[in-house]
Design a protein around this ligand. Structure first.
Ligand code: ATP
Ligand code: MG
Length: 198
């Protein structure tokens, strides 16, 4: 991914000012800056949530800075949000299953009619969702509502949801916020063992 001269203005405020960097395959790239430095804004620009004021963003040589969020997500980019975005009234398992559902081929009608193909796909989806929850260390609380989770657990659930999109690029906005030191080490190990090897 290449970010070239990216700038974003909000009225008179320059939130992101001529940012340039390249992220290579299998690289873990950290973006560090104080509060208000423009990190989240840059994530919003990369994922197409807001348009750039100037500059360009390329992914695998293709310009993505003029595409919509769903088109950019379709190219294999997933993200988490600093202000968590989970379905709070659904269980952890359901939260991940919904994210996985994007890959399913059976349509809504076959699901409603309970056709065998749809049922098989549903079973596979829940199986994969359990694997992802195990990966981030949340398997034991898969049936609890996401809204009742401790903050750190909600963060890990967001990461499981992002991984469910089977991304090629994973953008984590403040992934360690709210985690205790032990949880931070666990998260680092997850990054080292799983994400790099994919
Ligand atoms: N939609 C918006 N409209 C106006 N100003 C905005 C908007 N989004 C962000 N800003 C401003 O842009 C600047 C950068 O904010 P941003 O949230 O990107 O910083 P950050 O590096 O993610 O900070 P933090 O570490 O607190 O998460 C701030 O001054 C913020 O107030
Ligand atoms: Mg931020």
């Amino acid at each position: 991914m290449e970010v070239q001269g990216v700038t974003r203005r909000f009225g008179g405020l320059i939130a992101v000012d001529d940012v340039n960097f390249t992220v290579s395959e299998h690289e873990i790239f950290g973006l560090i800056g104080p509060n208000g430095a423009g990190k989240t804004t840059l994530f919003n620009l990369i994922t197409g949530l807001i348009p750039v004021s100037s500059g360009q963003i390329f992914y695998r040589g293709q310009k993505i800075s003029n595409l919509s969020p769903y088109q950019i997500a379709g190219k294999g980019m997933a993200r988490t949000f600093q202000n968590l975005r989970l379905f709070k009234d659904l269980s952890a398992l359901e939260n991940v299953a919904i994210a996985l559902d994007i890959h399913n081929s059976t349509n809504l009608l076959s699901g409603i009619l309970g056709l065998p193909g749809a049922r098989r796909e549903e079973e596979r989806t829940y199986g994969e969702a359990r694997d992802l929850l195990a990966l981030v260390g949340l398997k034991d609380i898969e049936n609890k509502k996401a809204g009742s989770f401790a903050y750190g657990d909600q963060r890990r659930l967001e990461i499981a949801r992002a991984l469910a999109l089977r991304p090629q690029v994973l953008l984590l906005d403040e992934p360690a916020a709210g985690l205790n030191p032990t949880e931070k080490v666990t998260l680092g190990q997850l990054g080292a063992s799983h994400l790099c090897n994919e």
